[in-house]
Design a protein around this ligand. Structure first.
Ligand code: UTP
Length: 297
């Protein structure tokens, strides 16, 4: 019987250089879309997919992230006294139970594969989800839940996948497709950041993975790949050479690359417009702004 996916690793130890100077003191994962930090979207998605243990791979300067998950009894009391019940519920919905979270340090940013490997001692013989909080996915059914359901049929390793334009393929891990069955794609190879024009397809890996413990064992070898970093995709690709199944999963939903400024701003607009209390004001601002720009041209 396949084991259920109940643990997730959240690698949050990257330097976040694309958001400097903000990331000098604010971890990227604490930056907010409307009023919730990126990490909260990732946690909510994981919980809805059945994840019960949350493993954060952090680094120096990420204290604000650890503080975020602490309970805030003083704040809760104040809200209770003032009768702000709705806010109190919102606040309490972010509380994590004692023992639900573990923090592991990645002492040097040696790549995503290395970050995941740092969590190896907290994993036994079980499948593990990996979630990159800077890939935010708006979906009716959360992306990881879609994947876990598909994984229950396939087993093996699975990566979230999305078709990208040819000129963007060199920024992603790209799948070499063996069999395309629509949502599910059987993979015969994976290339991390292929040079322009050399990508085996336009199907890119997005920041959601389900991996087997074998991938962690492969990561023991610490082989460096693209960007001179230890790449998670390379370790997953090794599974294929050993005759094991790796699938890409074309999820349903809209993905925002919140690791980039343009993606973060687009997500801010999309999530703002999705809020009933903000929609009208935002829409009228945007309509006016576009009209002014058009008039000025
Ligand atoms: P990115 O490639 O976005 O790197 O990492 P980054 O450092 O966060 O951001 P930039 O490129 O400097 O702006 C993708 C994910 O992998 C994690 C990051 O925290 C992010 O969630 N990561 C990356 C690590 O945890 N450790 C690493 O060594 C590298």
């Amino acid at each position: 019987m396949k084991r259920k996916v109940t643990k997730a690793i959240f690698p949050v130890a990257g330097l976040g250089t694309r958001f400097l100077p903000a990331t000098k003191s604010v971890p990227k994962e604490i930056m907010t879309l409307v009023d919730r930090p990126l990490i909260q979207y990732a946690i909510d998605e994981a919980r809805e997919a059945g994840i019960r243990e949350f493993i954060f791979v952090t680094s120096r300067g990420k204290g604000a992230l650890e503080d975020y998950f602490d309970h805030a009894p003083q704040l809760e009391n104040e809200l209770r006294k003032k009768g702000k019940d709705e806010l109190l519920e919102t606040l309490k919905s972010t509380n994590m139970d004692s023992g639900e979270i573990a923090y592991i340090r990645q002492h040097k940013a040696m790549g995503l594969g290395h970050a995941v490997w740092c969590a190896r001692r907290l994993i036994s013989n079980e499948p593990i989800a990996v979630i990159l909080p800077d890939d935010v996915i708006a979906a009716e059914k959360p992306c990881l839940k879609q994947m876990v359901e598909a994984y229950e049929e396939t087993g093996g390793c699975m990566v979230a996948a999305m078709d990208v334009p040819t000129n963007k393929a060199s920024s992603y891990g790209i799948l070499d497709i063996k069999e395309d069955k629509g949502n599910l794609v059987k993979v015969k190879g994976m290339v991390e950041k292929p040079p322009l024009g050399e990508q085996p397809s336009n199907l890119a890996v997005i920041g959601r993975y389900i991996i087997t413990p074998d991938v962690l064992r492969t990561l023991n070898q610490m082989k460096k790949g693209a960007g001179d970093e230890v790449q998670l995709t390379d370790a997953i690709a090794e599974e294929i050479t050993r005759g094991r199944d790796v699938h890409g999963f074309r999820f349903e939903g809209e993905r925002f690359d919140c690791g980039s400024k343009a993606g973060f701003l687009q997500a801010t607009m999309a999530f703002g417009l999705a809020r009933a209390e903000l929609r009208d004001e935002l829409m009228s601002y945007m309509t006016d702004m576009l009209a002014h720009r058009a008039a000025a041209q």
